[in-house]
Ligand binder design. Structure first.
Ligand SMILES: [Zn+2]
Length: 447
């Protein structure tokens, strides 16, 4: 019996039934806290294996990937896009998108799953001015105040497959009173978005609570009793440390029903993705492939189960970037700096053994030349490789969960793949005088 049919027998609100017809989730395997499953969209004939990467977009599409290039990456698992609601708040108008039949038609991505949310994965620090009636976001023309009503109107026009309601996302440095205010506001705005969701689009309720171990579970419990199809874990990547995060994730996830999918914002680099997967997160809206692309960097950390050139028996092998690239500025065992002079005559592909279009057809020397000439093609080719490589990383994660060896996979990645300092710096600086911002957990406080 499918989850939808099982739930249909109970007395559920009509919006819930509509959402369940549009989305269902089944877990296939667990490995420790990690889990793999399939998110299905029966009415659209689309499925998404989880844990999964939601590809970052600007104004609706990836920055450097033309639609035909995007289609070529489908076999790699690129089937779901994160749609930033704020990218549509200043134009085109909601009516223009509505008349086109929604974002799928407007953007020409009918065969893709769209998840809409207000937080920009590349540019968001949280904690902007907010009141009981609006949140504020940075946009290209300045800071904008957004009410739940205006937000719901954009969602109604976009008609995404899933949306995260307006939430009061705040940095981990926020005090207890402000955290409580954030939780209460986000719940109130969730109720308003549910009320205004006349199309029954599946909602991922936003769980807030900052670094407060009393508010995180309260937010999760309150969100879980509402009419939502899944959960968005908000407030991460906003100042909490790498070591604090597992406690905060567990505080929320322990209160959420395991049968519904979980999506997180703010976890981006491979170590953070592994951290989220270990906690039981299913969907990630990382912008890491584009961030590296814009910096002229190519992912080279090993991920393959299949390729002997870059993999080993346990799925973790030696990086293709270790030989001769040590002096390249910005390079380490996980990425290669294509701007480095050391690569100007290098005839090898970005990553030996990689089967992406870029690595099958071009050399490091050519990418180095394109970057120095400021040719747009450099970023197109880099984003193809980086997106392909990161989706292979997620595929390897799923396989390790199916084979119940995720912890070994994660530990091997940490032990072998990062010989230099990992780039997991929080976006906001830590406050002075405290090294932990988790309220109520004194054992984590350090001197
Ligand atoms: Zn490649």
């Amino acid at each position: 019996m499918t989850p939808w049919r099982r739930l249909r027998s109970a007395a559920l609100p009509s919006q819930t039934l509509t959402a369940l017809k549009m989305l269902s989730f089944a877990i296939d395997a667990n490995s420790g806290g990690a889990r793999t499953g399939v998110l299905s969209f029966p009415s659209r004939g689309l499925t998404l294996p989880t844990p999964a990467l939601l590809v970052y977009t600007r104004k609706g599409l990836p920055l450097n990937l033309m639609p035909d290039l995007l289609d070529e990456l489908k076999d790699d698992g690129v089937t779901t896009l994160q749609l930033n609601t704020m990218h549509f708040i200043e134009g085109p108008s909601a009516d223009t998108v509505r008349k086109a039949g929604g974002a799928h038609n407007f953007l020409g991505v009918q065969d893709y799953i769209l998840l809409a949310l207000g937080r920009d994965a590349m540019n968001f620090e949280g904690g902007g001015p907010a009141s009981a009636t609006y949140a504020s976001f940075d946009t290209p023309s300045g800071r904008r105040q957004v009410t739940p009503e205006a937000y719901a109107d954009i969602i109604d026009a976009l008609r995404p497959d899933i949306f995260v309601p307006l939430a009061d996302d705040i940095p981990s440095t926020s005090g207890r009173k402000r955290v409580k205010q954030s939780v209460d506001r986000s719940l109130s705005w969730l109720d308003e978005c549910i009320e205004r969701n006349k199309q029954g689009i599946p909602i991922f309720g936003s769980v807030q609570g900052g670094s407060n171990l009393y508010e995180r579970p309260r937010s999760a419990e309150e969100t879980a009793v509402r009419d939502v199809a899944g959960f968005h874990l908000g407030g991460f990547g906003l100042g909490e440390s790498f070591d604090e995060r597992p406690t905060l994730l567990a505080a929320a996830i322990d209160k959420l029903p395991p049968s519904k999918p979980r999506h997180v914002s703010g976890l981006s680099v491979p170590e953070e993705i592994l951290q989220g997967v270990a906690a039981g997160v299913d969907l990630f809206d990382s912008a890491y492939p584009l961030s590296l692309t814009l910096a002229g960097l190519a992912m080279t950390f090993p991920v393959s189960h299949e390729s002997p050139e870059v993999g080993s028996a346990d799925g973790i092998g030696s990086s293709g970037a270790t030989e001769g690239e040590g002096p390249a500025l910005g390079a380490d065992c996980s990425k290669l700096n294509l701007l480095s002079l050391a690569l100007r005559e290098d005839p090898r592909p970005l990553l030996p053994g990689c089967q992406c279009y870029t690595c099958r057809n071009h050399t490091r020397a050519y990418l180095h030349h394109l970057l120095n000439a400021h040719e747009m093609l450099a970023q197109v080719l880099l984003e193809i490789h980086n997106t392909h490589h990161y989706t292979r990383f997620f595929r390897a994660i799923r396989q390790s969960i199916i084979e119940d060896r995720f912890d070994r996979f994660r530990q091997a990645f940490v032990d072998r793949c990062r010989t230099t300092q990992i780039d997991v710096k929080p976006m906001a600086p830590k406050p002075s005088g405290r090294t932990s911002r988790i309220d109520g957990v004194h054992e984590l406080e350090k001197c």
